[in-house]
Design a protein around this ligand. Structure first.
Ligand SMILES: Cc1ncc(COP(=O)(O)O)c(C=O)c1O
Length: 502
């Protein structure tokens, strides 16, 4: 228990040195006024060394339950420490704590979000729907405030926001709900081939219910063609669902132009405009979104992609002109009757705080992430040849997808165990199928197999990027040296012309 007791006496629970770095960067990760402090990680980046990543030196024991008093002397709840090694000065990479570059899968929760949530997980535990006492009122007021933060981030009215469990549920609710409500007259939906699985599977489900779905192809850069969209529209099209930022390649679809296309098509053909839904799980909080300016009717939001908690998200449902939809979940009629069930106040408050922070810091985050992303691409491509960047390079810079020719993707990932990366979508990485998104861009199978997605975020540091560049360059070169294909390429043989026998 060496460091635990004095640490607790100082009142800072699990406060890592990584925090200190961000505090220095004016990232006040812990709210000074908050009685209970929090941090996200026990891995720190030693900014004095060349890209060295170290563990925060032993501030707790594996599995220790911390029970003590906080700064104001109040009893705190038992708090389980993360099961991490406590060896002082150990290297994170050798201790099994890789550098995290998988921000599209999920983001670490911003400690300021946790700070905001803690009172709602402890003394302010009321049910936000209880109208008869202060416990209910205070939880309700937390939820109301959060709703305003979410709405304000995307230019919506707070009444347009419906809380859900995440973007998967929002996508299911909005796609199935809108399609079913309008099915009597319109039973056609348009989406794209590169959507997230939960959109594609919602559409596939609707096909089993007699709906027709057009899956638009994408151009080699991952963008849709507006003329192909226009050509796919029919009088019976009720819904067009196109994601804002792609989770595998970071491509940003032209949502405003898509909305304008729907409007002009409807006007020219004297038809009802189809509703425009966008899965903005990877876009909200990362790039500016304004539902009014962009003409969005329905939108899906996820908490854990924007440094908020997991298990919470939101659906934006336009009220004027009104978007009508059938709920998926029936019950107490919460959330305008669109999503019954007790609203989880602590999670909602966390999502609200994540949105508030995103609105305040989006510009700065974007600028930092773009710089790190440019350095990552330049650092790797200037030292290693035969790399293809997948998707439009003007997409969201926090998502960089590179294919490394003459290297086997799985070997690449195995050799890079000290970096948490993904090849393709996290949700499909259990299968060895090449990514359907890269295939939709027309990538060759071997290139789709050898792709890595680098997901950078608010807490990614320069030192981490430098270390990642060094590791990638080293590993790719080493794997290529072991590859017979690479040897042939070095000898000047054009391997595309080789006829392989079985
Ligand atoms: C584009 C996109 N849509 C939807 C989802 C699902 O989000 P959630 O985990 O909140 O259900 C994800 C997460 O991987 C995503 O990247």
């Amino acid at each position: 228990m060496h460091a635990v007791r004095p640490f607790l006496r100082s009142g800072a629970l699990l406060r890592s040195k990584r925090n200190a770095i961000f505090v220095m960067n004016h990232r006040n990760l812990t709210t000074p006024s908050s009685p209970i402090r929090a941090s996200v990680s026990n891995v720190m980046v030693d900014q004095t060394g060349p890209g060295e990543v170290r563990e925060d030196p032993g501030e707790g024991h594996e599995g220790d339950t911390v029970a003590g008093k906080n700064e104001s002397g109040e009893e705190m709840f038992g708090f389980k420490l993360n099961p991490v090694s406590t060896k002082t000065g150990g290297h994170a990479k050798s201790e099994g704590r890789p550098i995290y570059l998988d921000m599209q899968a999920t983001t670490p929760m911003d400690p300021r979000v946790l700070d905001r949530m803690l009172p709602f997980l402890t003394e302010q535990f009321g049910n936000p729907h209880s109208r008869t006492h202060a416990y209910g009122w205070e939880a309700e007021s937390g939820v109301d405030e959060a709703r305003q933060h979410v709405a304000s981030l995307v230019g919506a009215q707070s009444k347009d926001i419906v809380f859900t469990s995440g973007a998967t549920e929002s996508n299911n609710l909005l796609i199935k709900g809108i399609a079913k409500f309008h099915q009597a007259k319109r039973k056609h939906i348009i989406t794209t081939q590169t959507e997230h699985k939960c959109v594609l599977d919602s559409c596939r489900y609707l096909q089993t219910q007699g709906f027709e779905v057009t899956y638009l192809p994408v151009l080699p850069n991952g963008l849709i063609s507006l003329s192909e969209l226009r050509a796919a529209l029919r009088p019976e099209t009720s819904l067009v669902s196109i994601m804002t930022v792609n989770n595998e390649i970071g491509v940003i679809q032209p949502i405003k132009e898509i909305s304008d296309t729907l409007k002009s098509w409807a006007k020219e053909n004297k038809q009802q405009k189809p509703f425009l839904h966008t899965d903005a799980a990877q876009a909200v909080g990362k790039i500016p979104i304004d539902v009014e300016e962009m003409g969005i009717d329905a939108m899906s939001i996820s908490g854990h992609k924007i440094y908020g908690p997991k298990g919470i998200g939101a659906a934006y449902v336009r009220r004027r002109p009104r978007v009508r939809l059938e709920p998926l979940i029936h019950g107490g009629g919460q959330e305008r009757g669109l999503r019954s069930g007790t609203v989880p106040a602590p999670l909602v408050v966390g999502l609200g705080e994540a949105c508030r922070l995103a609105k305040e810091e989006m510009g700065r985050d974007h600028e930092r992430i773009k710089k790190l992303s440019d350095r990552l691409v330049e650092g790797i491509t200037s030292q290693v040849e035969h790399i293809v960047r997948n998707g439009d390079p003007n997409g969201y810079p926090g998502c960089v997808n590179l294919s490394f020719a003459y290297v086997e993707g799985e070997s690449l990932l195995m050799a890079l165990k000290d970096i948490a990366l993904s090849s393709g979508s996290a949700c499909t990485s259990a299968s060895l199928e090449p990514s359907y998104v890269l295939r939709a861009l027309g990538a060759a199978e071997d290139m789709a197999h050898s792709s890595l997605r680098f997901g950078l975020g608010r807490f990614t540091t320069e030192a981490e990027i430098e270390l990642v560049i060094t590791r990638i360059v080293g590993v790719v070169n080493r794997l290529r040296e072991m590859s017979p294909l690479w040897e042939m390429v070095q000898e000047g043989i054009d391997i595309s012309k080789i006829e392989w026998s079985q």
